[in-house]
Design a binder for this molecule. Sequence first.
Ligand code: SF4
Length: 272
Amino acid sequence: MATNSYYRRNDYVPGQKTPYKVSRSKIELFMQCPRCFWLDARLHIVRPSSPPFNINKAIDELFKKEFDSYRLKGQPHPLMVEFSVDAIPMKHDKLVDWRQNFTGVATVHQPTNLWVYGAIDDLWINSKGEAVVVDYKATAKDGDVGINSDWQISYKRQLEVYQWLLRNNDLIVSNIGYFVYTNGNINADGFFNKVEFKTKLIPYEGDDSWIEPTLHKMKTCLEDNNMPPVGEAAMGGDCDFCTYARQRTELTLAALDNKRPKSKAKKSVIVS
Ligand code: SF4
């Protein structure tokens, strides 16, 4: 049992009858590394988080305001016209809640009793009356933005979880979602208190068929008292966090070995 200051009372307890909350990002964590998910859910040993991306958050908020103004007017945003998207921003009385981080779109998955939730950025409606899931992304990089790098599988899974959640909230959801992807120009002559962005709408055809089996696997993992194997870093390859933790542990154990009387010192064993 973890005894560090992060310990909380609502860690998953095997056999528990109350629904257990898993956010969209915890599903992503499980997909990347079941061990980190298990440590988080069972012992609340949480992988260090990165500092908040405040500039990205600001861009998200501004995009929301921008698309909201066209939602009010019932008109397509100029980007939707430019990229020939047959949709307008959708009006829905739950949209405010669905955009909130700690409520989001939620459903209890009955077979596993997992309370799945995630906050969407935006929702559009196409001419067939289907809801279109939209996620805003911002970056600043040389060249064009796209969604086909290996690590961007997490973006695709994100959209698919939202599609699944909305379907479980009785919406008819198009398989096609959009990334509103904006890229800051790093080749300008200077900063001069502004960064110029260029925005693309990138369609993506989602497939949420992996989500149900994944929820069952997550439930099995939660119920298991054994720690599962490590996965991969978000960008692929070895995970920096575990590499760091292992190297620190090796150094600590080596230092402890050196302090022991020679006759008692024996080589420490590291379990990866
Ligand atoms: S490999 Fe990374 S993600 Fe997995 S348990 Fe270690 S720190 Fe967590």
